[in-house]
Write a protein that binds this ligand. Structure first.
Ligand SMILES: [Zn+2]
Ligand SMILES: [Zn+2]
Length: 380
């Protein structure tokens, strides 16, 4: 038992008091974990686009004050009633979508969309009692997608924690808990390119480059990066991207440009930008007969996907995925092992590092498009 088990912990956290205002470093109270909950000491967390999206709070229910953050790594401090699979000292990755292990989705080999712990962006409290475990002078501070990792301590449902090899460096594997696995899994679990095939990747941010990493590991011989920002192409080369297309440089649809480059279309395509136009291009640029397109990027609320049904009749396949089809608790330990065996290169994704008090700099880097992943250190 740790000396803090069962007690309220006072620690530092970055609190979002209102939309688009810089986060404030506050001393917060973190209540002990309740039934099926775990209190985790977060050592490293990263800024992901979804944090920025909910901080801006455009087009969804604003929920403030809130502690954002979902891509992270830490160590179990104490566990609540009913938790048997984790104990203090275990190294864990919190994941915004959980795995209860009992529901129809968790029991299906084909799904990772746990019914119980599926992401719920409107929920500000814990599943068990709807209440928050964070407060400042007794005033509740809301949780974010079940993780809230911009805090030295957080409380998470046990089903949202992947227990990993304690030898893994947490300042590197923290990036596996969202963005990397989303793109990497889209490639290796869903698109599944065969050796020697050509893969197109739309959107060359962290998720797209992780998809490129997956394509590279799968043995793709040619990886075509598509992005409207040409400066991203230089970086993308380090991630195995061999060819570049900027749709703005052409006066015909990008799917036509790609078809001409590839003798009829790519074998696989992965859309990571969330732009509706790119989603349609990603589907229409795959080769007839066998091409598979995978949608990863998150659409806008009113988007409607339009394509001619003949594109399907001509034996093209369109798929979509969430978190790269990884079941967090079952599959993440294996992804960590891949990194430990030097099959994955994570370092190249980490472009910046700041300490918690400078967390707003991480937002600046991302908003300016300067960073892939900025690791925020809470271990100092
Ligand atoms: Zn489940
Ligand atoms: Zn994320």
């Amino acid at each position: 038992m740790s000396t803090t088990a069962g007690l309220v912990i006072r620690c530092k956290a970055a609190v979002a008091w209102e939309a688009e205002k810089p986060l404030a470093i506050e001393e917060v109270e973190v209540a002990p974990p309740q039934k099926m909950e775990v209190r985790v000491k977060i050592l490293f967390t990263c800024l992901c686009h979804s944090d920025v999206y909910f901080w801006e709070a455009k087009g969804q229910t604003p929920l403030f004050p809130r502690i954002l953050g979902h891509e992270a790594a830490g160590i179990v401090e104490s566990v609540g009633e009913g938790v048997t699979e984790l104990q203090p000292g275990d190294h864990v990755l919190p994941v915004f979508m959980g795995e209860c292990g009992e529901c129809a989705h968790c029991k299906s080999e084909e799904s990772n969309l746990c019914e119980v712990l599926r992401v719920n962006t409107d929920r500000g409290g814990m599943l068990h009692d709807g209440k928050t475990r964070f407060s400042i002078n007794g005033k509740p501070i809301y949780h974010f997608i079940g993780t809230s990792t911009f805090s030295e301590y957080t409380v998470v449902h046990v089903g949202c924690l992947a227990k990993i090899n304690p030898a893994a460096p947490l300042d590197k594997v923290c990036i596996l808990s969202c963005g990397f696995c989303t793109g990497f899994g889209a490639a290796v679990n869903v698109a599944k390119p065969k050796k020697g095939q050509t893969v197109a990747i739309f959107g060359l941010g962290t998720v797209g480059l992780a998809a490129a990493e997956g394509a590279r590991i799968s043995g793709a011989s040619r990886i075509i990066g598509v992005d409207v920002v040409s400066s991203k192409f230089e970086t993308a080369k380090k991630f195995g991207v061999t060819d570049f297309v900027n749709p703005k440089d052409h006066d015909k649809p990008v799917q036509q440009v790609i078809a001409e480059m590839t003798n009829g279309g790519v074998d696989r395509s992965i859309e990571c930008s969330g732009s509706l136009e790119a989603m349609i291009s990603a589907f229409e640029c795959v080769h007839d007969g066998w091409g598979v397109a995978v949608l990863v990027g998150f659409p806008s609320k009113d988007d409607v996907f339009r394509t001619h049904p003949l594109n399907f009749l001509h034996e093209r396949t369109l798929k979509g995925t969430f978190f790269g089809n990884f079941k967090p608790r079952t599959d993440l330990p294996g992804v960590v092992e891949k990194y430990m065996n030097k099959e994955l290169e994570l370092e190249k994704f980490i472009t910046h590092e700041v300490v918690l008090k400078d967390i707003n700099k991480a937002f600046e880097y991302m908003l300016k498009g300067e960073s892939l992943r900025c690791v925020i250190r809470l271990d100092a």
